[in-house]
Design a protein around this ligand. Structure first.
Ligand SMILES: Cc1ncc(COP(=O)(O)O)c(C=O)c1O
Length: 431
């Protein structure tokens, strides 16, 4: 296959069914944003919405807005909009807190259920290279319950399950460093066959690719719990609230038992405005709410999530996935052809079906500096220690020409040795 030219990329953009969605985002002139996997771009609708929330709902209507502007229902309303993006039904998923906090709640639920079925001393198992917050939170939950946290390599997960003592398998669906995707259905089936519960972190999945938490609908293939992030592909803004999902078979049982999650705040109570001294959990997924939701942040998140409803008319998540794979394939092909001989290697799967919406490169000693040199040229990616240069593709606003231009900038940075300058090696707090 001959290498595409910039004109070929422009032609692909002209034929792209999602091309019009880019106009829904505010994107800075003169830069190429390839970090929507870390912080999604600003939906243009958010400015007017926040203006309204600030001045009409907060400024003018003040406390009444909990009722009159529907603030009290916002977490469930947005949850119902995220639900189809991850393959679950209305009322099953809710927006609350951070991904980390939600993980604490669902891992605790998983351990509780495992204890009920007689696996009181089973381990929580995860991947050694999972995102650190997942490992830290799992460690806390394991310690709180006197369990082991067992971290294994990706290719040892199946054999670890076969030992038969796993309570909960907790994995991130799309690896944050390499973008490698777990086969959700197959892994969930393997966990269940081994008597373990399956918890998925969808931080790099929700809004990036179709997710089917309910699998084929069978007990074997439907996951047990999931958490995910609002500020990445859902474009909810910096620090946007996260989401949490529990399979209805679990929430139904929790309803019967009156099981309470460990962060039992008043808005997860069955009747918060009864102000009773004793905690009685709300029914269903509402029990996973802790305290008062951040309404400004919720309003921004809803704007980000609403863009997906609009994208539905242009092919929705299937079109997003197809374009995401095409953008990633293009990036990898161009990097290999145009940047050869400069010590960069591809860290992501070459098969687009096994890759999330990012492509990562490795560089033995210059990864951080190369990313900084690119940022100075207006190409925004990020760096993940120890050696990963990460480039995210957000099909709602990333164009094929952006990929082409970004790789040309990378080629210049490498060929000129520009990245070797001292200023690009000074580490900032956020990489
Ligand atoms: C896999 C994964 N989980 C969780 C998080 C973040 O969790 P929180 O929003 O609680 O900081 C990230 C952030 O990048 C992530 O990549």
């Amino acid at each position: 296959m001959s290498l595409p030219t910039r004109a070929d990329c422009a032609a692909r953009d002209a034929a792209d069914p999602l091309a019009g969605m880019r106009a829904r985002f505010e994107l800075p002139e003169g830069s190429i944003y390839l970090d929507g996997n870390s912080l999604g771009a600003l939906p243009k609708s958010a400015a007017a919405r926040l203006e309204r929330v600030l001045h009409a709902e907060w400024g003018r209507d003040l406390i009444q807005s909990w009722n009159t502007a529907g603030w009290i229902d916002l977490a469930q309303r947005i949850g119902d909009k995220i639900a189809p993006l991850v393959g679950v039904g209305p009322g099953e998923l809710i927006v609350a807190d951070s991904t980390s906090a939600n993980l604490y709640k669902v891992l605790s639920a998983g351990v509780h259920i495992a204890q009920e079925v007689g696996r009181a001393r089973g381990a929580i198992v995860s991947e050694r290279l999972n995102f650190p917050t997942d490992l830290y939170i799992a460690d806390s939950v394991a310690k709180a319950h006197g369990l082991a946290l067992d971290l294994v390599e990706r290719d040892a997960i199946a054999s670890r399950l076969e030992r038969g003592d796993v309570s909960v398998l907790m994995l991130t669906h799309v690896d944050y460093r390499t973008g490698q995707v777990h086969d959700m259905a197959r892994t969930t089936r393997a966990a269940h066959a081994a008597g373990a519960l399956m918890v998925w972190d969808l931080a790099h999945s929700a809004g990036a690719l179709p997710v089917h938490l309910r699998g084929d609908g069978s007990r074997e293939e439907a996951a047990d719990f999931a958490v995910g992030c609002g500020y990445k592909y859902l474009n909810g803004g910096p620090g946007a609230p996260a989401f949490v999902w529990a399979h209805p078979r679990h929430t139904a049982r929790m309803d019967e038992e009156g099981w309470r999650q460990p962060l039992s705040g008043w808005l997860g109570h069955v009747a918060p405005f009864a102000f009773t001294p004793h905690y009685l959990p709300a029914r269903g997924i509402q029990r996973f709410v802790c305290g008062t939701p951040p309404i400004l942040a919720m309003a921004a998140l809803e704007c980000g999530v609403d863009v997906f409803a609009e994208a539905q008319a242009h092919g929705g998540l299937d079109a997003i996935r197809a374009k995401s794979i095409a953008l990633g394939d293009l990036f990898i092909a161009l990097v290999e052809a145009r940047c050869a001989g400069h010590g960069l290697t591809v860290a992501s799967p070459r098969d687009g079906r096994e890759r999330g919406s990012q492509a990562s490169l490795r560089h033995a000693d210059g990864g951080y500096a190369v990313v900084q040199a690119l940022i100075a040229r207006g190409v925004i990616g990020d760096f993940r220690a120890p050696d990963i240069l990460r480039f995210g593709f957000t099909p709602l606003y990333t164009r094929f020409v952006d990929v082409w231009d970004a790789v040309e900038q990378l080629r210049d940075v490498m060929a000129s040795g520009e990245w070797r300058a001292d200023r690009f090696h000074r580490r900032q707090a956020v990489t």
